[in-house]
Write a protein that binds this ligand. Structure first.
Ligand code: CAA
Length: 248
């Protein structure tokens, strides 16, 4: 049975930033669908959300590197909860190493998961949004797509590409009630940054003007702002949230 709550699909919803986006959007009254990669982790994660009182969070196992799988998942979500009106592309991975050592697989895996996924999800929801004359798409990019990062040619390229997608799709949908924006977080306190060697990580933290990492909650509240129905004049934009580390 479908409810009347607007439906928000958050890819990477069980991750460090994604979890907080899901909970924030659920508090705002959305029916949240969290995308995941690891089914066992996702099931436990969902149980935790329910025990924390979030009955309006569900999960979807769409394989975001496959258009077919995304289309199938969107159909299932539509049948169970209603049409998706908010899409947040938050799924992302790192495979950091310098160009001289990077394998083609490390390049391709990051491009598929961090960029092609955004094509697959947007392509899967866009016709419903066009039919409804309403939609909000928020692409979670990165400071490293804005400035480049030593050891991340794959990640920086994918994240920069994401904003190209944002700007092009924003133009295609501007007269149709749909906004498409990019949010570029800096270094946020999640498991992802714990993979960086400690010495390098500490040097990065020192280089952030506010002298700390960001919190997932600081990203989530900005996602909710961009996804709000009153934010209709913001489209094709990039919002940097990085403690002043990069001022583009
Ligand atoms: N600028 C210039 N030189 C640098 C450098 C930098 N930022 N970082 C390292 N180097 C130098 C080292 O001093 C060393 O120099 P020497 O060879 O002269 O001694 C050399 O580069 C090391 O090169 P290697 O190819 O041997 O690299 P490595 O295998 O030791 O490690 C790395 C390279 C894995 C990329 C490591 O530096 C690293 O993890 N860096 C951090 C990458 C990073 O910031 N990732 C972000 C992850 S979080 C995220 O992505 C979320 C988000 O959106 C922000």
């Amino acid at each position: 049975m479908t409810s009347t709550a607007p439906v928000a699909w958050i890819t990477g919803g069980t991750g460090g930033i994604g979890s907080e986006i899901c909970r924030f959007m659920a508090k705002e009254g959305y029916q949240v669908i969290a995308g995941y990669n690891n089914p066992e982790k996702a099931q436990k994660w969902l149980e935790q959300q329910k025990s924390d009182g979030f009955d309006n969070i569900d999960i979807s196992g769409a394989k975001i590197t496959s258009l077919e799988s995304c289309e199938e998942a969107v159909k299932e979500i539509r049948d169970k909860h209603g049409k998706i009106s908010v899409l947040v592309n938050c799924a992302g991975i790192t495979r950091d190493t310098t160009m001289k050592k990077m394998t083609f697989e490390q390049w391709q895996e990051v491009l598929d998961t961090n960029l092609t996924s955004a094509f697959n999800t947007c392509r899967s929801v866009i016709n419903d949004m066009l039919d409804d004359g309403y939609g909000r798409i928020v692409n979670i990019s990165s400071i490293n797509g804005r400035k480049g990062q030593f050891g991340q040619v794959n990640y920086s390229a994918a994240k920069a590409g994401m904003h190209g997608l944002t700007m092009a799709l924003a133009q295609e949908t501007a007269t149709k009630g749909i906004t498409v924006n990019t949010l570029s977080p800096g270094y946020i306190a999640t498991d992802m940054i714990m993979k960086i060697p400690e010495k390098v990580r500490e040097a990065i933290r020192e280089s952030i003007p506010v002298k700390r990492y960001g919190t997932p909650e600081e990203i989530a509240r900005a996602v909710a702002f961009l996804a709000h129905k009153e934010s209709g004049f913001i489209t094709g934009a990039n919002l940097d949230i990085n403690g002043g580390q990069f001022m583009g």
